[in-house]
Design a binder for this molecule. Sequence first.
Ligand SMILES: [Zn+2]
Ligand SMILES: [Zn+2]
Length: 264
Amino acid sequence: MTNRYDYHTHTAFSDDCDVPMKEMIEEAIRCGLTELAITDHYDPGYQDPEFPFAPDFEAYHKALLEAERQYADRITIVKGMEVGIMESQLDECRRAVRDFPYDFIIGSFHCIHGKDLFRYDYSQVDGPAFIEEYYTNVNECLKEYMDYDIAGHLTLVDRYIGTIYDYTPYMDILEDTLKTIIYHGKGLEINTSSFKYGTGIWLPREEILRLYRELGGEILTFGSDSHMPKYFRDHFDEAKELARSLGFRYECTFRQHKPEFHKL
Ligand SMILES: [Zn+2]
Ligand SMILES: [Zn+2]
């Protein structure tokens, strides 16, 4: 059987998703997926009361273990979490990640200095300065924080800021961040949700993926960031084509935080 993975998906344990875990899994089986990483949100310190992004961990862990067992003969369930990293919450992120035998952790930056990118008022913002601050923050956090397996949608700020800026001024800091990611044995994902949001740019940007590969980065996952089953593996063929064209040879899956390499 051909391997068909999706390594970034959400269920109703995420505050921004209404689809129960069972329904997501059953749709994934119907779509022919062979492996599904369920990576619900935990964003400690997130300020929006409407979206606290704090799951009921006991229920989440139980549901993951039950799903893994119940569907074992039809699909591999990868027990994951997407942790929102914030400089004031690093210890809490570590605690949450170590609290359960997860297979796979996506480390994401949805906020900058405690304010979320989604609701930020960009009309008052100096775009280039904001981007520089975002990547400086990512860089500083990832020097200290290692409880993740891949960095999620590394150039997420592109989605929200409303302008596609030239990244030349930020390439040094991004290069340093990519070196840190590689040095710590972590990886990147290609997050195909950029198609759904219509930004017209890869996530992360192609130039970042290229640089990651040139620096020796090999650990790469593909994630749709689905909050609805219809987006499973959305645009994965194009994403894989891009990865191959940039010199990537493998797609990774994870068990207990250890990458397994599969020929692309
Ligand atoms: Zn995310
Ligand atoms: Zn996500």
